[in-house]
Write a protein that binds this ligand. Structure first.
Ligand code: SF4
Length: 464
């Protein structure tokens, strides 16, 4: 099967967009996105299609004509939140609200069955592989007043040419591949996003060139496993390292970031590309998950504690200014106190700039869910407390080195903690809050760091 949706199909969907527009004239849409940046980027495409159909965004679904929930199923509570939201939306059906659900949850059969049985007021159900069919599904609902559904459980195709409405003017998410072949035993992603499918490198470059022309400065390359980009394309030019070199040459782009790489795919050519491409952000997200080789084996992560530490040392030798962030799962089935000590040991050795820490939660459909030696909840949360304590101390310790330095910051926006402060990130990904005028957003400014607050730093705009 051609891995790309035929242009004719996209043309067909654009015709449905016109049909919807001619019927509704004007309307309002509400969209809520759960989960990862890939879902965010999918939502930007759904919003692009809705705007093309004549809808305008509204932040209150009680006043919307169409409400879209783009869902995540990485953890059970994410799913429960969706069911709660659907329950709250039901009352607006009488006002003609059309409810659509998409993303990873509809890729799970038991969820779609639950929708049919208990949430049969949902009008549209589509999955991660059929986003581009949304206009057709919406048209069918408006035209026939019947429900519409399109979920396929085979690997979807790459979709090019969909309209996109980006929610930031300076930073852009660019999905370079979809799916994952790794089957980590705790993860549902390979079952809901399919096998790895990479976009054609010329399509990616063309998209980023257009973004640069439109004033975008920061590009975030997205994939469940970005550094195995192109392995499914059998084209020597379509490899991740080469993609970085080519984007690095695009004028106007200042920062290139990528999420998420897998430690096992950090090949030398990728390390050299990160080193030699001045625009590639020198903060690498390197998900560790566990520091214990036994647990890593049970997780099917395909590397050991030693492999991970050797990789960190190799990258640090090549790129001394590099900083690392990571993901950690605590309480994986079978994790002993000794295993947990290994995790704490790796964290102390690597001194991560930032850590995303999770308590293991069982996922129906994953291998780990069937494992016998599940860890009691109280043991999991006690370990999580110790992990957080160590992480806080390391993040504070590594924050001390910034005091008195001048940092070049791309201003992201207003600080979440204090609306009188602006916020941005250092080159190493540290959050910096400082006082400044709102028109600095999207600009680069030099900030003198005056204090360290652990997960964020404070500073003043540097004189001259
Ligand atoms: S690499 Fe592992 S954790 Fe990441 S998406 Fe793939 S299966 Fe899930």
């Amino acid at each position: 099967m051609n891995n790309k949706v035929l242009d004719e199909e996209i043309v067909e969907q654009k015709k449905y967009m016109q049909k919807v527009k001619s019927i509704i004239k004007k309307g309002f849409y509400y969209i809520e996105t759960m989960g990862c940046l890939l879902n965010e980027n999918d939502s930007e495409k759904i919003e692009g299609m809705l705007v093309n159909m004549g809808y305008e965004k509204i932040d209150d679904y009680s006043k919307a004509n169409v409400a879209v929930l783009n869902t995540c199923c990485i953890r059970e509570n994410a799913e429960n939140r969706v069911f709660g939201k659907l329950g709250a939306m039901k009352q607006y059906k009488k006002d003609g609200l059309i409810i659509a659900i998409c993303g990873c949850m509809p890729q799970e059969k038991h969820i779609v069955n639950k929708m049919h049985e208990s949430y049969n007021f949902v009008d549209i159900i589509f999955g991660t592989h059929t986003i581009y069919r949304f206009p057709e599904l919406l048209f069918n609902v408006i035209d026939t007043n019947k429900k519409a559904e399109n979920v396929i459980d085979i690997d979807g195709q790459i979709v090019e040419g969909l309209p996109i409405k980006r929610n930031d003017k300076y930073k852009a998410n660019v999905t370079i591949m979809n799916g994952c072949n790794n089957f980590c035993s705790y993860c549902i992603v390979p079952y809901v996003r399919g096998r790895e499918r990479s976009r054609n490198i010329e399509d990616i470059i063309a998209e980023i060139k257009e973004l640069a022309i439109n004033g975008y400065k920061e590009i975030i390359l997205l994939g469940q496993n970005v550094n195995s980009y192109g392995k499914d394309l059998n084209d020597a030019n379509s490899i991740f390292a080469n993609l970085l070199y080519r984007i690095n040459k695009i004028e106007g782009i200042e920062i290139i970031k990528f999420l998420s790489p897998h430690p096992k795919d950090f090949t030398d050519d990728v390390i050299h590309a990160i080193k030699e491409c001045e625009k590639v952000h020198k903060v690498l997200h390197l998900p560790l998950q566990s520091g214990s080789t036994n647990v890593l084996k049970a997780m099917n992560r395909k590397y050991t504690k030693e492999n991970y530490l050797n990789l960190v040392n190799k990258i640090r030798t090549e790129i001394p200014e590099v900083a690392f962030t990571t993901d950690i799962i605590v309480g994986f089935p079978g994790e002993t106190e000794e295993d947990f000590q290994d995790t704490l040991d790796v964290i102390s050795q690597v001194k991560f700039e930032q850590l995303f820490m999770f308590i293991y939660s069982r996922r129906v459909g994953t291998i780990a869910d069937k494992m016998e030696n599940q860890i009691p909840e109280d043991v999991k949360s006690e370990r999580f407390t110790r992990l957080k304590k160590l992480a806080d101390s390391i993040v504070f310790e590594t924050g001390e080195k910034y005091i008195g330095t001048i940092q070049n910051i791309l201003v992201d926006g207003i600080s979440k903690n204090n609306d009188k402060m602006l916020t941005g990130r250092t080159n190493s990904g540290r959050i910096v809050n400082f006082e400044g005028k709102i028109d600095l957003i999207g600009q680069n400014v030099y900030i003198k760091i005056i204090s360290n607050h652990g997960w964020y730093l404070k500073g003043n705009i540097a004189e001259n």
